[in-house]
Write a protein of this length. Structure first.
Length: 261
């Protein structure tokens, strides 16, 4: 059943590895078009939640719904095809391929003509390949990397590699985008630019964004709703001001200095 205004909903997600419960009964409903945050100490279960939502893990219990339909238990490529894309805490690019080729790889998820059309050199295949290349260049332009299209991905500076990974995710035409620590390794100026960049892609591509991030300045300035995990359990959920003043969150994660900032 579809809930008005909710694009993706997690209901009671639990993930156990043997006797260890990494996440316990995580529930969240993400408003369409919002930018949301998932925060907490290292080892709190944040990336495990991402892995359950995106199909990399099959939840021990609970379900995930996209636009009211269940997507739990599907393989990652099917979840991505349904409209859920992600980036990773540790950048996962095809380092030996060009910047353009990395984006094209994301675009192939939506390719309609198959290998037989390529072998037979059918016009439909070449038309689609041309359209995919044009789309990939548009995405590179949107993330400020069009002038580096022919460069090897591994040669890019760290911040540019982050943007390339986002461009590859956008090439899959998602409606829900998960960003795992997008500001990791960035200096304050790069982080400030990242905040505006995330707002721009939300507006420009009609996305809902969920991010994991340890930079609290970024989180508190960009997120409209925040969920806080500690030892795999949700200890708070709400708007940034409420999270920043929540005693349990301060004790578990933020600390007094951040709360008073």
């Amino acid at each position: 059943m579809t809930r008005d205004g909710i694009i993706l909903e997690a209901r009671g997600l639990t993930m156990r590895f043997g006797g260890l419960t990494a996440v316990k009964e995580f529930s969240a409903a993400f408003p369409r078009g919002s930018i949301c945050g998932l925060i907490g100490p290292n080892g709190a279960g944040k990336t495990t939640c991402f892995n359950m939502i995106t199909g990399f893990y099959r939840p021990t219990e609970g379900q995930v719904f996209l636009n009211g339909g269940p997507i739990s238990g599907r393989p990652p490529y099917e979840v991505c095809r349904a409209g859920v894309a992600r980036t990773f805490q540790n950048i996962r690019l095809f380092g030996n391929e060009t910047v353009l080729q990395n984006v094209l790889i994301g675009g192939h998820l939506r390719q309609k003509t198959g290998w037989l059309a390529a072998v037979l050199c059918l016009p439909a295949h070449f038309r689609e390949e041309r359209a995919m290349r044009e789309r990939a260049m548009e995405l590179l332009d949107a993330v400020g990397l069009a002038h580096l299209a022919g460069e090897q991905a591994s040669a890019l500076p760290y911040g540019a590699q982050r943007r390339l990974e986002i461009a590859r995710a956008l090439a899959t035409r998602p409606s829900f985008l998960l960003l795992d620590e997008p500001a990791a390794g960035m200096n304050p100026q790069e982080t400030q630019e990242l905040m505006q960049f995330i707002r721009n892609i939300r507006e420009g591509f009609g996305l809902t964004v969920l991010l994991i991030e340890h930079d609290m300045k970024l989180v508190m300035n960009i997120c409209e709703q925040i969920w806080v995990l500690d030892y795999g359990e949700t200890i708070a959920q709400g708007e940034p001001a409420a999270i920043q003043s929540d005693p349990r969150v301060i004790e578990a994660y933020l600390g007094e200095e951040c709360a008073d900032a």
